[in-house]
Ligand binder design. Structure first.
Ligand SMILES: [Zn+2]
Length: 195
């Protein structure tokens, strides 16, 4: 297994504004290397999701790796999964707003509307076709990563300017999200994702 940490592009990079292409060659060993690198890069960045365009590979590959961390203590724990060429086949009409960050947009947080649940078809790293329904936090991660395939980021999904905070403002408004877990807050900090 490769253990390469790839550098994560920032939003000014044109790859993050391109449409990602589907994977066609499932036998290419570089596909497994790229997935391993995405897993390693995501773990080292302490994120819960990453999409291949974020490491300058304009391909439809994403990792979802929800787990509770100081930043998102309510997140469900799951084994990281790689989704290749995912297609959305169903969406709840119900929308929910939640805070998001992005490894490619470290200076902002956004309060982003997403479908509460989403049903997808994808191919896993062994080439097996899978159908799955994701809800709540995991559905949010999926929709965030899927946007990276479309050349979009969470800032493009905001309903209003007031739903965008700088990382500094976010820390002031929700001081117990990051390191200060001893606060027994009447105003609990929201979980938010960083993908
Ligand atoms: Zn992102």
């Amino acid at each position: 297994m490769s253990n390469s940490i790839r550098s994560i592009l920032h939003l000014s990079h044109p790859t993050l504004r391109q449409t990602a292409t589907p994977v066609t060659d499932f036998k290419n060993p570089l596909l497994q290397t790229l997935i391993d690198d995405l897993l390693t890069t995501l773990r080292s960045a302490n994120g819960v999701g990453i999409a291949a365009p974020q490491v300058n590979e304009s391909l439809q590959i994403m990792i979802i790796a929800s787990r509770p961390t100081p930043r998102y203590s309510d997140a469900p724990e799951m084994e990281p999964i790689a989704l290749i060429n995912p297609k959305i086949i169903g969406r709840s009409s119900e929308m929910e707003k939640g805070w998001e960050g992005c490894l490619s947009v470290p200076q902002y947080r956004g309060f982003v509307p997403r479908h509460q649940s989403i049903t997808v078809e994808y191919t896993d790293r062994t080439g097996t076709k899978i159908e799955a329904t994701f809800t709540d936090f995991v559905a949010r991660i999926f929709q965030h990563e899927y946007d990276h395939f479309l050349g979009l980021v969470f800032l493009d999904r905001l309903e209003s300017e007031s739903d965008r905070l700088t990382a500094e403002e976010f820390k002031i408004m929700f001081p117990d999200t990051e390191n200060n877990q001893s606060l027994t807050s009447a105003n609990p900090a929201p979980s938010h994702i960083n993908c």
